[in-house]
Design a binder for this molecule. Structure first.
Ligand code: MOS
Length: 741
C-alpha cells in the first residue's frame, strides 16, 4: 500500500516557480525583524572598542537616565546565562560557546559588553552610545601570518608522503592563503524575543530552528520545551546563521527580565565583529609526480585562524583525501589563535578554501609537466575513495570536465601564456574541479491529505532562500497527485516535527525520505478507511488490494482514473484529514559503505588588458554532478549565486583586521567589496543529473555549496594563463598583476 507516481506528469525535475515568491515580492513575507508586539522594546548592544584586555569600569549612570530607557544590562545585572555543552552530534551546535557578559575579559573587538533597552530604537541607540567603558588594554594579536598554537592533527595519512615526495621526478611546494571573509546576507541577524513568564517564543534569523532552540535552552538555563524558535523567511544565511550568536541570548534574557517583547537587530558593523566569518587559511601543498605525471605524493598542511576561546576548524583537507589517486598522502591541520570573533561555516566551509590551494597546485603541476590540466586530472583519476578505502557511490567528475570542455570550447585553448587574444584583449582560460559532501541529517515531517483535496506538509526546517518551500510542495505534489499550488508548506517553527539544519547542502536529501514515509503512512490510513467506511465502493475489500495513484483510490490492477478522489473518500468517512508522520535518520551515525559526494567542473575565461591593468571575468561554464535536480529553476539560481560569490572570493572579498585595535575595519558594504552585476558575465550552468538513490528515492543531493567549490582556483588558473602570474594569495588584486612584463 504505497503511493505510486505518474512519472510522465511529475513536478520533479520541472522548473517550478517559488511558491513563496508572491509573498516576498509583495512585501507580505514576514521576516524576523518584521515582527512587532504590543509594548515591544528595542535593544542596542554596546560593543567593546578594544580586542584584548579587560573592562576596568562600566559607567551606565548617564545612559540609564536618558529618555525612554528601560534598562542597561551588563555583567553586573543580567540574568544568569550558561555555556553550551560540547557535543559532536549537532544536537546543540554553537560556534561561540561563551555566553554574553560571562566575564570582564575582552577577547575580540566588538564583543558585547552591555545592551541598552528603550522604547524606541533611536533611544536605545543613543543610550548605548552614552555607556562609558574604560578598559585595561593589551595589544591584540590579529596577525595574518599564521603559525600553530595548537597541536598539529594528522587528518588523513596513507603511505609515506614525505619520502615519496623527496624522490619524486617532479615536485611542487607552494603555500596558499585565503583571507577572512564575512557573510554579507542582505538580512541582518535579528532576534525578537517574547517571554510570557514561563515560555520563550523566539523569532530568529536562523538556518536551524531546532538547533537554535536547543542552544538557547541551554544558554537561558531552561528546558527545551519552554523555548519555541520561529524563522519563517530568511534573507539568506551562507552559513552565517547556522550557529546562534550572542544577540539572541541578550534579547531573550532582556525579555525575561523586563517581561516585555524585545527586538534586537544587529548592525552591519556588528555582523563583521560578532556574527562569524570564514576564517583566514594558510595552506602548504606539496605534490610529487613521476616522470609521466602520475601523482606519487600529496601533502596538505593547513592552518586557520580562530578565536581565543573557540576552536573552529576550517576543514581544508576535505577533498584532498579522495579527489585524486595518489599512494602517499598526508593531511594535517592546526589552529592559530587570534583576537577575533569566532569563525563559522561559510558556503562550502573547508572544501572551498581547501580546493583553492589544491586545484591551484594541480594546475601549477600540470603547467610544470607541460600537460593539459584536464589531461593531468584524467591521468590521476582514482577508481575508489583512497582515503576511506571504499568505492565511490556516484562520481562523474571527468564527465563534468568533458561536458564543460565541450560547452566552453577548451580544445581551442593555446596553453602558451598570454597567447590568446580577442578584440585587443588577452584571454586567460582556466579550469578546476569541484566537490562537496553528500549526507543526510535526521528529519521528521508530517503530511496531511485534506477533505478539500489539498495537502499540507510541515517540518521544523527552514527555507534560507534556496527554495526549500517549493521543493516540499513538489515532492508532495508528485506523490499525492495534488497540484503544487494546492500544497500548503509549513516550515520554520520548532512546534513542528523536528527538521534538519539548512546547512551542508543537506536539506533536500534529508527531507525527501521523511516526507515520503509520512505520505506512505497517510495513504495507508486513507486506504484502511476506504475499506471500512460504510457507503465506500471499497467497503469490505482488504486494504492490501487497494492502491493510491494520482490522488485516487482504486483497486490494484484497475485503471487509476476510475478510482475515487481522496477528498471524496475523506468526506464520505467524515474525516477532515488523514495524516502521517515520517522520520529519516542521519547518515553520520552509519559507517559509510560507499563514498558519496557531489562533483563539478568550473571553466572561467578572463580578459586582461595590460595597458590599463584591467581584469574582467568574461565567461563562465559550470557543470555540476549533484544527482537529480528536483527544481532546475531554483537549482540553476543556486549555482549562479554560488559562482557570483566565487568571483567575489577570487577577486574582492577580504575582511581586514586593523592591527592596533584589532577591529575588522572594512565593516560595511562600501569597503567590503563583493561581486556585483557589473563583475559577472553570463553564467552557463549545466547539470549532469545522474541520480544515485542511496540518499533518497529521487537521487537528489543538495546544491547550495557545490557551485562555489573550485571557482576561485579556476579563476586564478585563468589569470595565470593570461598573465603568467601565479597568485597564491586570495583575493587576486590588480597590484599582484603589475610589473611582471
Ligand atoms: Mo552552509 S556554510 O553549511 O550554510
Amino acid at each position: 500500500m504505497t503511493a505510486t507516481t505518474d512519472k510522465t506528469n511529475s513536478p520533479i525535475g520541472r522548473p517550478t516557480k517559488r511558491i513563496d515568491g508572491p509573498l516576498k515580492v509583495t512585501g507580505n513575507a514576514t521576516y524576523t525583524a518584521d515582527h512587532k508586539f504590543p509594548g515591544m522594546l528595542y535593544a542596542v548592544p554596546v560593543c567593546a572598542e578594544i580586542a584584548n584586555g579587560t573592562i576596568a569600569k562600566l559607567d551606565c549612570s548617564e545612559a540609564e537616565k536618558m529618555p525612554g530607557v528601560k534598562a542597561i544590562f551588563h555583567r553586573g545585572n543580567t540574568s544568569k546565562l550558561f555555556r553550551v555543552n560540547p557535543n559532536a552530534d549537532f544536537s546543540a551546535y554553537s560556534d561561540e560557546d561563551r555566553p554574553p557578559f560571562e566575564d570582564d575579559v575582552i577577547r575580540y573587538y566588538g564583543q558585547y559588553v552591555a545592551v541598552a533597552v528603550a522604547e524606541t530604537f533611536e533611544q536605545a541607540k543613543a543610550a548605548a552610545d552614552q555607556v562609558k567603558v574604560t578598559y585595561n588594554e593589551k595589544k591584540p594579536n590579529v596577525d595574518v601570518k599564521l603559525s600553530a598554537d595548537t597541536k598539529t592533527t594528522v587528518e588523513s595519512e596513507r603511505g609515506e608522503a614525505q619520502k615519496a615526495f623527496d624522490v619524486s621526478a617532479n615536485k611542487l611546494d607552494g603555500t596558499y592563503t585565503t583571507p577572512a571573509e564575512t557573510h554579507c546576507t542582505i538580512e541582518l541577524h535579528s532576534s525578537v524575543a517574547v517571554f510570557d513568564g514561563f515560555n520563550f517564543k523566539l523569532y530568529e534569523t536562523t538556518q536551524g530552528v531546532v538547533n537554535h532552540k536547543n542552544v538557547l535552552a541551554q544558554v537561558l538555563g531552561v528546558e527545551p520545551e519552554n523555548v519555541q524558535v520561529i524563522s519563517k523567511f530568511l534573507g539568506s544565511g551562507f552559513g552565517g546563521k547556522i550557529s546562534p550568536w550572542s544577540q539572541s541570548a541578550i534579547a531573550a534574557a532582556a525579555a525575561r527580565q523586563l517581561k516585555k517583547p524585545i527586538k534586537l537587530v544587529i548592525s552591519r558593523k556588528m555582523t563583521f565583529q560578532t556574527a562569524g566569518h570564514r576564517p583566514r587559511t594558510q595552506q602548504r601543498i606539496r605534490i610529487g609526480t613521476d616522470a609521466k605525471g602520475k601523482l606519487t605524493s600529496i601533502q596538505h598542511d593547513y592552518l586557520n585562524h580562530t578565536a581565543i576561546l573557540d576552536d573552529f576548524k576550517e576543514n581544508c583537507g576535505e577533498c584532498t583525501t579522495y579527489l585524486y589517486s595518489v599512494p602517499n598522502l598526508r593531511v594535517t591541520s592546526a589552529l592559530a589563535k587570534r583576537n577575533i570573533g569566532s569563525p563559522t561555516s561559510m558556503r562550502g566551509p573547508g572544501a572551498v578554501p581547501g580546493l583553492f590551494a589544491l586545484e591551484s597546485a594541480i594546475d601549477e603541476m600540470a603547467a610544470k609537466l607541460k600537460m593539459d590540466p584536464i589531461q593531468f586530472r584524467i591521468l590521476n583519476e582514482p577508481t575508489m575513495d583512497e582515503g576511506k578505502k571504499i568505492p565511490f557511490a556516484s562520481r562523474h567528475l571527468l564527465d563534468c570536465f568533458k561536458m564543460g570542455s565541450e560547452k566552453f570550447g577548451w580544445s581551442k585553448r593555446d596553453p602558451r601564456i598570454g597567447s590568446m587574444k580577442k578584440d585587443g584583449l588577452t584571454l586567460g582560460w582556466g579550469t578546476a574541479g569541484a566537490s562537496w559532501i553528500a549526507e543526510r541529517f535526521a528529519a521528521e515531517a508530517t503530511v496531511e491529505m485534506k477533505n478539500d483535496g489539498t495537502a499540507r506538509v510541515s517540518c521544523g526546517t527552514q527555507d534560507i532562500g534556496t527554495g526549500t518551500y517549493t521543493i516540499f510542495a513538489q515532492v508532495v505534489s508528485d506523490k499525492l497527485g495534488v497540484a503544487v499550488d494546492k500544497v500548503e508548506v509549513v516550515l520554520g517553527d520548532t512546534a513542528l516535527p523536528p527538521g534538519p539544519l539548512s546547512g551542508g547542502s543537506m536539506g533536500i536529501a534529508s527531507i525527501i525520505p521523511a516526507v515520503s514515509k509520512a505520505i506512505d503512512k497517510a495513504v495507508n490510513t486513507l486506504l484502511t478507511a476506504a475499506a471500512k467506511t460504510p457507503g465506500s465502493p471499497f467497503l469490505g475489500i482488504d486494504g492490501k488490494e487497494l492502491q493510491f495513484t494520482k490522488g485516487r483510490i482504486h483497486k490494484k490492477g484497475q485503471d487509476p482514473s476510475s478510482g475515487m478522489p481522496f477528498s471524496e473518500m475523506l468526506n464520505l468517512a467524515n474525516f477532515r484529514t488523514v495524516s502521517g508522520k515520517g522520520t529519516s535518520p542521519s547518515t553520520f551515525a552509519q559507517k559509510a559503505k560507499e563514498s558519496m559526494h557531489s562533483y563539478g567542473a568550473q571553466f572561467v575565461e578572463v580578459t586582461w588588458q595590460e595597458e590599463i591593468a584591467r581584469l574582467r571575468v568574461s565567461r563562465v561554464v559550470t557543470v555540476i554532478d549533484a544527482g537529480k535536480i528536483i527544481n532546475p529553476k531554483t537549482g540553476r539560481n543556486q549555482i549562479e549565486g554560488a559562482v557570483v560569490m566565487g568571483i567575489g572570493m577570487a577577486l574582492f572579498e577580504h575582511t581586514h583586521y586593523e592591527s592596533t585595535k584589532g577591529a575588522p575595519i572594512n565593516s560595511n558594504l562600501a569597503d567590503y567589496v563583493m561581486a556585483v552585476n557589473a563583475d559577472v558575465p553570463e553564467i552557463d550552468v549545466h547539470f549532469l543529473e545522474v541520480p544515485n538513490t542511496e540518499l533518497n528515492e529521487y537521487g537528489a543531493r543538495g546544491i547550495g555549496e557545490i557551485g562555489i567549490a573550485g571557482f576561485a582556483p579556476a579563476l586564478a588558473n585563468a589569470v595565470y594563463h593570461a598573465t603568467g602570474i601565479r597568485v597564491r594569495d586570495l583575493p587576486i588584486k590588480i597590484e599582484d598583476l603589475l610589473g611582471n612584463t
